[in-house]
Design a protein around this ligand. Structure first.
Ligand code: ATP
Ligand code: MG
Length: 978
């Protein structure tokens, strides 16, 4: 018996010995695997220093490593967001016990040798540089045929090998560079709870087989993927789905009614596709739905009444569609609705009167519809309403009094309606209010500025084109935060109070088209930030106070159509920023000063002042001369009407003759215009025939406002880009060829070189050096924007800034670009930036992308405010546009587009979002760069950008300063800029 016990004991100890020997061996092997995984990373993160073979016994405490408590094998590896780059070593496949693996948020690429780790349940490789082109060993996988059948040769497909990992519950391939179709085999991973393939380059139809993933709770397929066809009806079988996000991925066709079967869904995001047809009433069955966003599609029809059953709904976004009909009353009764955004549709009828009575409403935007009736009284019932935007409808009646007590309000935009009555007491003093737009309505009465004790946060107040009357009270001075105050087109009267000088931050002050009388208060000169001052069409009298000349940054000054008198102060001419001034139709006397800015003002700026003299008005001889000339002028204007008629008919006849002549001449010119002339700006190995040979449709690489751009290969093998300006307005006149001669002389590393100019009588061709990576705009706003890491973006910013700085500071005369934008920053094969298309925009302004401002050369979203006001441009307008490019680089967003509110652009959006705080910056950084941006650098670049987009041009830095500031923002040791 004792012997048996002894033997058993011996056996037990032997077993223990064996097990521990096995454990330590296994630990050593696993440690070796992890060390080789670490070695395959380029410059591994310091936090991986614990991954050291000499410390293999402590394996389970290594960074990111979790072991099984019982047998100490590695079950979980989390190396997410460690700034790792390089491939994932194949050795990892030896970690057979691995259950969880996350390498998310790094810059990893290459193979994913994971298909043998059959116990894997959680796999997250999101936000890396993986693309299917080099990846995965597909051998022996039946799905390979599927892949062959559905993927063309050109794609870098999603790994089919993943279908072997049948225990997978969480699969995140989002934010990588896989392209091609989604393998149907993914529909066999029936344990999956989470699947994200969002933010890749996927295309083709979404396979209906994904509808077999019956355990799935979370499905995300959108963003940058560009699918064919629509949403598979089979998704209606994903009965456990809680979150479905198919936004921004080119989906067409109707929303399948089967989605109404997804009873557990709390989020449905289908926004920014091309979905059409009507909203299926079955969506009303989604009783758990909290967020529904189907905005920015082409949906038609009405909001289904069945939506009344969406009792959990908090956000309903239907904006930018073609929906019509009434907003159902039942929407107003949804108990939890916080945000209702229905703007830019064709909704008619009334705003449901009960809207807001649920006590939860925070944001309401119904702008640009055809809504009529009155504004409901209860919008702020729950005292939560922050944003109220109803602009551009047919609303009438008063602003409800209750809005005057809605202390949570911050933005109110109600312009372009038929609203009437007074502005409620206290409304403008609401403590959080920053923007009030009530322009183009029928508001009457005085504005209640009287409550003098409160201070206000108001930055923008636009009351233009109403019927407001009475004095502007002295308490206007309480609104010291105002930046824009527009009171034009009302019936305000009385003196302009001197307290207007308390508005220290005011940028734009427009009091035109009112009945203001008395003198212009000299206190306006206490507003140092004023860039725009319009006092025209009032009853003002007296002189222009010379103190106004102290506003060094005023751009626009209009006092026309008043009764101002005395002489024009010479000091006004010393205001260097003043590019547009209008003194016309007053009673000014004396001579127009011939100094400073007066030399540049348009002569029409002085007309209608009978006692004002200048060489281009009435010569300054003697006062009696003046009087008589005034008489002569007025008698001239009394020409009998029949002479006027004869004159007009004569003019018409002449115009007709001229047109006929011009047509004949044009035909002649066309016949004789075959001879081409090539002006080379450097030694060239090609001639005009070679350039003309490029003009084939198959060579087109881009189209812009000015014309088509072709790629061409010259006989010496060099590539060029040929821009065909076509029969442009400026083709043979207006100094285009002279300008081109100047531009051709410019040589700078960061400026696209103009090689030659090739023209005949009809056509102008500009031959540029070819930039293989296209424009920054295309790259940044395309899928490959993710490849543009922060360092490259900063490098591009500095290089482009250097190019512009050269144009501004090193060329004589200086060259204003006039169309700085990301599409005009081209990238060579090393992603080095080269500024393009400088100096020419003025020749093509009518063709440009700026839809609403045809007189402006430049592109919508990039145009400096003073340029829009005054049509005058200087190099600081370029600085503004460059600031917009910097914001694009930081945020990855286009300068105009969907910023969640009608009319908002990137500059306003960034201001609202960031308030220049650190947390704010984190919020706006391009999602694709997340975790890979040195935040201090981003803050600094944002700071520079915000300086560049300052409203007042003098407050913007010069391009030379921009270069310096950007170079300083670079933290040491990241890259070297020459
Ligand atoms: P706009 O006409 O308002 O300036 P744009 O800059 O987009 O708009 P273009 O300058 O005509 O228009 O250029 C159109 C496209 O042609 C560019 O986006 C770019 O992709 C391509 N392109 C232009 N010049 C070159 C070049 N030198 N090398 C390579 N691609 C070029
Ligand atoms: Mg261009």
């Amino acid at each position: 018996m004792a012997a048996l016990t002894l033997r058993l004991l011996f056996f037990f100890f032997f077993l223990v010995f064996l097990t521990s020997a096995h454990d330590s061996l296994s630990a050593r092997r696993q440690a070796a695997v992890l060390v080789s995984v670490k070695q395959s990373f380029q410059a591994p993160d310091p936090s991986l220093s614990t991954w050291n073979l000499s410390n293999y016994m402590g394996l389970c405490n290594w960074t990111g490593v979790t072991c099984d408590a019982y047998n100490k094998s590695v079950v979980s590896l989390d190396v997410s967001n460690l700034n790792l780059s390089g491939p994932l070593s194949p050795a990892i496949s030896e970690l057979q016990s691995l259950v969880n693996l996350s390498v998310a948020g790094n810059s990893l690429f290459g193979d994913l040798p994971l298909s043998n780790i059959s116990g894997l349940r959680f796999l997250n490789i999101s936000n890396n540089l993986f693309s299917g082109c080099l990846d995965w060993d597909f051998s022996g996988l039946p799905e390979l045929q599927v892949l062959d059948a559905y993927d063309n040769n050109f794609s870098c497909p999603l790994p089919v090998g993943v279908t072997k990992l049948t225990k997978l519950r969480h699969l995140d391939f989002g934010g990588n560079y896989f392209s091609g179709r989604i393998p149907r085999g993914y529909g066999g991973l029936n344990q999956l709870r989470f699947l994200s393939l969002a933010g890749n380059d996927l295309f083709g139809f979404i396979p209906g087989e994904l509808g077999n993933l019956s355990s799935l709770k979370w499905l995300q397929l959108g963003y940058y993927n560009r699918f064919d066809g629509g949403i598979p009806g089979d998704f209606g079988r994903l009965s456990n789905l809680v979150h479905l996000d198919l936004s921004s991925c080119g989906l067409e066709g109707p929303i399948p009614g089967t989605l109404g079967n997804l009873k557990n869904l709390d989020t449905l995001f289908l926004q920014t596709n091309q979905l059409n047809g009507s909203i299926p009433p079955q969506l009303g069955n989604l009783g758990s739905l909290k967020s529904l966003d189907i905005s920015n599609n082409a949906l038609t029809g009405e909001i289904p009444v069945e939506f009344s059953a969406l009792k959990q709904l908090t956000i309903l976004n239907l904006f930018i569609n073609k929906l019509h009909g009434q907003i159902p009353e039942s929407i107003a009764e949804l108990p939890k609705l916080e945000a209702l955004n229905l703007w830019r549709n064709n909704f008619t009828g009334f705003i449901p009167p009960k809207l807001g009575q649920n006590g939860e409403l925070i944001k309401l935007d119904l702008s640009t519809n055809k809504l009529t009736g009155q504004i409901p009284k209860s919008l702020c019932y729950g005292e939560k309403l922050e944003i109220l935007i109803l602009l551009d409808n047919f609303l009438f009646g008063p602003l409800p009094d209750d809005l005057g007590k809605c202390e949570t309000l911050s933005r109110v935009r109600m312009g372009q309606n038929y609203l009437s009555g007074p502005i409620p007491d206290g409304f403008l003093y609401l403590p959080k209010l920053t923007l009030v737009e009530l322009q183009d309505n029928h508001f009457t009465g005085r504005i209640a500025f009287e409550k003098s004790t409160a201070s206000s946060k108001l930055e923008g107040l636009n009351l233009a084109n109403n019927h407001l009357s009475g004095d502007l009270p002295t308490s206007i001075g309480n609104f010291s935060g105002l930046k824009n105050l527009v009171l034009s087109g009302n019936r305000f009267s009385g003196q302009i109070p001197s307290e207007i000088g308390y508005l220290k931050g005011i940028l734009k002050l427009d009091m035109s088209r009112n009945n203001f009388s008395g003198t212009i208060p000299s206190d306006i000169s206490n507003c140092p930030s004023l860039t725009y001052l319009d006092l025209s069409q009032n009853q003002l009298s007296g002189p222009i106070p010379i103190q106004l000349a102290r506003i060094r940054i005023l751009n626009y000054f209009n006092v026309s159509w008043n009764h101002l008198n005395q002489s024009l102060p010479e000091e006004i001419g010393s205001m260097k920023s003043l590019t547009s001034a209008d003194f016309s139709h007053n009673n000014f006397t004396g001579s127009v000063p011939e100094t400073g800015q007066f030399l540049f003002f348009n002569s029409t700026s002085f007309t209608g002042n009978p006692y004002l003299c200048a060489s281009y008005l009435i010569p300054c001889n003697s006062s009696s001369d003046l009087q008589s000339q005034v008489k002569t002028q007025s008698s001239k204007s009394n020409v009998p009407a029949r002479y006027k008629l004869i004159f007009a008919m004569g003019l018409l006849l002449c115009s007709l003759v001229f047109v006929v002549f011009a047509v004949i001449k044009t035909r002649e010119v066309r016949k004789n215009s075959r001879s081409w002339k090539l002006t080379a700006f450097q030694k060239l190995d090609f001639g005009s025939e070679d350039v003309l040979g490029c003009l084939k449709d198959s060579n087109i690489i881009g189209r812009g406002g000015a014309g088509v751009v072709y790629k061409g290969t010259m006989p010496n093998g060099h590539n060029v880009a040929v821009k065909n300006l076509g029969i442009s307005k400026g083709s043979n006149d207006n100094g285009l060829s002279a300008e081109v001669q100047t531009l051709g002389k410019i040589r700078h590393r960061y400026i696209v070189r103009l090689l030659a100019f090739c023209s005949n009588k009809e056509t102008n061709l500009l031959v540029y050096e070819y930039m293989p990576n296209g424009s920054l705009g295309q790259v940044l706003h395309g899928k490959s924007g993710g490849y543009l890491n922060w360092e490259t973006r900063l490098k591009i910013a500095i290089e482009a800034a250097k190019g512009l700085s050269y144009l501004h500071h090193d060329c004589s005369p200086l060259i204003i670009h006039r169309d700085v934008k990301s599409n005009n920053i081209l990238l060579d094969s090393d992603y080095e930036a080269h500024v393009a298309d400088f100096g020419l925009a003025k020749f093509f302004h009518n063709n440009g992308a700026s839809e609403c401002m045809s007189a402006i050369a430049g592109s919508y979203g990039y145009i400096a405010p003073e340029y829009a006001y005054t049509l005058k441009v200087d190099e600081k307008s370029d600085v503004y546009s460059f600031g917009v490019v910097l914001l694009e680089l930081i945020t990855g967003r286009k300068p105009v587009g969907n910023f969640g509110e009608e009319g908002m652009d990137i500059v306003q959006w960034v201001k609202v979002q960031t308030k220049r705080s650190k947390e704010g910056v984190v919020r706006i950084i391009d999602e694709r760069l997340k975790n890979n941006v040195p935040i201090e650098e981003a803050m600094q670049v944002l700071f520079v950008a915000m300086l560049c987009v300052e409203e007042q041009s003098v407050e913007r830095p010069t391009m030379r300063e921009v270069v310096q500031m950007l170079a300083q923002s670079k933290q040491p040791n990241t890259f070297h800029i020459q």
